[in-house]
Design a protein around this ligand. Structure first.
Ligand SMILES: NC(=O)c1ccc[n+]([C@@H]2O[C@H](COP(=O)([O-])OP(=O)(O)OC[C@H]3O[C@@H](n4cnc5c(N)ncnc54)[C@H](OP(=O)(O)O)[C@@H]3O)[C@@H](O)[C@H]2O)c1
Length: 333
């Protein structure tokens, strides 16, 4: 049996370029005692992968050239040398960017997937890492109330589109910032956003002033950089700023400047807090149940952008950085 694997070939500098990641075809050997063998079905494509390849994060194991790229995935156990797992069981975890994953469940956090008819792909998106990121950012930090003004960046992306829908369900006025008119239309017409600012063709500052005349109660930040700074200067008293991600800075070759307007947090008695979704592993189960209940009731809309084949992963990852994706980017192996 052969396994297609995406490995780190050389540490990227700036934006990911051809040859930073490489496709390898490797023989699948004997399964080691205590391990399980998983046929990966879907791979979750995350902006954070850019940080994982330069070991910029401390919540994932370090990577050296030749190592398999970390990737959350869902797959089926096809062989088991571990008493806790049986063939046919579906699992979710860091299975790596590959078709066949040999995993030691004592070393890798694995969750059992929801049974049929819940589709596998949604368990990496809306009812997986993505939806959970939005859910915990909203429930633990944003804590929205009816009538509050909510702003989210990368609004048509995987996390942003769920966060905006959760804010709408909580009764907020929901303003998105996104990168195209097509995304704006999807967010306003289908997801119920009140308005969307096109960050390329509109003046974000002027539009925020128009759309949020009394300021911003909650800013859910997926991008960092100038947009974070702009939102900080428009906070209302008691505002909450959710630091979820900072994709605008992930390719930076020098340390990005800090937000110049941070002192608004003092003047507005505001809270700015970061988080990693894995902080809430113990609370995943009830959160997924809640999300699926809303989804099944038609109150949340899921959108996926599917790439095919492990070899498509570098292109899939680039889509997040050039903004060509709408919704959750996945690779079907
Ligand atoms: N804290 C956590 O545990 C956690 C977990 C998962 C994800 N995240 C973070 O959440 C954020 C969103 O992740 P995702 O998976 O949902 O990705 P995504 O939003 O689906 O895709 C990224 C989007 O970012 C926007 N973007 C790209 N480059 C940008 C730039 N230079 N300036 C402004 N916007 C830019 C693009 O949208 P537009 O062109 O439409 O603006 C792009 O579609 C990322 O920062 C990610 O690292 C955090």
């Amino acid at each position: 049996m052969k396994n297609k694997v995406i490995v780190l070939h050389r540490t990227p500098v700036g934006a990911l370029s051809d040859g930073d990641l490489a496709l390898k075809v490797r023989d699948v050997g004997e399964l080691l005692p205590g391990f399980i063998r998983v046929a990966v079905e879907y791979i979750s494509v995350e902006p954070a992968m850019r940080g994982w390849v330069t070991n910029r994060t401390d919540y994932m194991p370090r990577l050296a050239p030749g190592d398999t790229l970390h990737a959350f995935g869902i797959g089926v156990v096809i062989q088991s040398e571990h008493a806790g797992f049986t063939v046919g069981q579906k699992v979710i975890g860091n299975l790596g960017a590959q078709e066949i994953a040999d995993i030691n469940p004592e070393m890798t956090e694995l969750r059992t997937a929801l049974p049929e008819p819940v589709p596998s792909s949604i368990q990496l998106g809306m009812a997986g890492i993505t939806g959970l990121t939005a859910f915990f950012g909203m429930t633990k930090i944003a804590r929205p109330s009816v009538g509050e003004t909510f702003v989210v960046s990368a609004a048509a992306g995987a996390v942003g589109s769920v966060a905006g829908q959760l804010a709408r369900l909580a009764g907020c006025k929901v303003i998105g910032i996104a990168g195209s008119d097509a995304k704006s239309l999807w967010l306003t017409r289908e997801l119920g956003f009140d308005a969307v600012i096109n960050r390329h063709s509109e003046n974000v500052k002027a539009r925020l002033d128009e759309l949020c005349p009394e300021g911003i109660d909650i800013y859910f930040d997926n991008v960092g950089g100038d947009i974070l700074d702009t939102c900080l200067s428009r906070l209302r008293k008691g505002a909450r700023v959710v630091l979820c991600g900072g994709i605008a800075t992930y390719n930076a070759t020098e340390k990005p400047a800090g937000p110049a307007n941070y002192f608004a947090l003092v003047h507005r008695s505001a809270l700015m807090q970061g988080f990693i979704v894995l902080d809430y592993l113990d609370e995943f189960e009830p959160a997924i149940e809640w999300i699926m209940t809303q989804y099944n009731a038609g109150l949340l809309i899921n959108r996926e952008e599917m790439f095919t084949g492990v070899e498509s992963l570098p292109n899939a990852l680039n889509a997040l950085f050039d903004g060509s994706n709408t919704g959750k980017v996945l690779v079907k192996t």
